[in-house]
Ligand binder design. Sequence first.
Ligand SMILES: *[C@@H]1O[C@H](CO)[C@@H](O)[C@H](O)[C@H]1NC(C)=O
Ligand SMILES: *[C@@H]1O[C@H](CO)[C@@H](O)[C@H](O)[C@H]1NC(C)=O
Length: 433
Amino acid sequence: MWKVVLLALCVYANIPSIEGGSSPNSEYVKLLFGDSGARYSNNIIEDANLDVPGLVKKYGYPIEMHNVTTPDGYILGMHRIRHGRDANNVPDENKPVIFLMHGIVSSSADWVIMGPGAGFAYILAEAGFDVWMGNARGNFYSRTHVRLNPDAILNTNYWKFSWDEIGNIDLPTMIDYVLVKTNRQRLHYVGHSQGTTAFFVMNSLRPVYNDKIISMHALAPVAYMAHNRNTLLLFMAPMANDVEKISSLMGIGELLPNNAIMSWAGQNLCMDESTFQPVCSNILFLIGGWNVEQLNKTMMPVIFGHSPAGSSVRQFVHYGQGIADKGFRRFDHGSRMANRKAYGSRRPPNYDLSKVTAPVFLHYSFNDPLAEVQDVERLFRELGRPVGKFLVPLPAFNHIDYIWAINAKELIYDRVINLVRAVERSGIDNLVL
Ligand SMILES: *[C@@H]1O[C@H](CO)[C@@H](O)[C@H](O)[C@H]1NC(C)=O
Ligand SMILES: *[C@@H]1O[C@H](CO)[C@@H](O)[C@H](O)[C@H]1NC(C)=O
């Protein structure tokens, strides 16, 4: 219950600043892109209720489902769109393989819910890629385990993981699976938010994985969070370890699961004619930063039908620790003894970013409370092989715009595709940026 109260408080605290009217920003966007036309959902309620395979099938794209079990027993669901619908629409063994990894409390749905022409997975499939989408342990598509029960009462063992495990165990398991299935040695990786954090974790803790990455594109890169401006996380940071202890005592290991209440709220409160719609957009802006022009409010029932998709309390606590101590280090178990047991040291060790030697491209923006420019610059300096740093050419672009912005294609996806194609064409060593 405290979660709901907390969220409600924060949301209402933000209400006075809604609906800024037309800004120079919207004129600028119109000038650049014109009217982007109807390339979105053709039925809001239907799309809010379909799962990823259902959605992909509905819009005429080929879908494959794959389950893969991690060494510690989590069963992860992956989705694959093997080819396009309108272009590049035959299976072809030689397509470049691209792996997409979602952010916190999200899922593979991020890459498809905006519909053909707007969702990155569809755009990539049309552009000639073999598209794989991962799902982190604990979310809607990866909420099973060979032994542990995510719904066990007063036993949160299933939920005792943060993005350390997602990077250290889930990503390597999924990537190896994709490479075997596609008969490749290497692939391209795109991550959003926590999908970037987990990548840096994987490559610093398990450097052999650097060789399996042709290029990595970090959308809203999150490693250092010293300058984080996200209200909820800031609020939690000083007491991150207490949050973990209290929630564990209360038997709460999961945060923001995908559930019927959210979907109901999405479809009843967030629809176009609803007076509550501003509350819905406030929740999104509260998390990701303000950018009224780039959010298609009509799509909010679909967004809330798929997000949040579930995560552990620890994922948030781990970010909270990074905000509090301004570092990028492994999960702090809260006691010297527990840390010693896990890491052989009193304090959790830093993730050594110099070990991330895969070629990394960072894509960042000015209005992202979770990936502040200074933090992104520090990350860029410390990475083993940073190749390029690209500012999204729209100052108001925020954290969630990478996934849901009306002009995400023009503002970010097209550039990523151009970079991946350039790497495919000339190789990373001969790349001219
Ligand atoms: C917003 O989404 C609706 C429903 O998918 C779509 O018809 C409309 O064209 C979109 N608006 C913009 C500005 O893209
Ligand atoms: C994957 O696992 C889930 C949950 O255990 C199950 O419902 C689903 O049928 C499995 N899918 C495939 C393709 O094996």
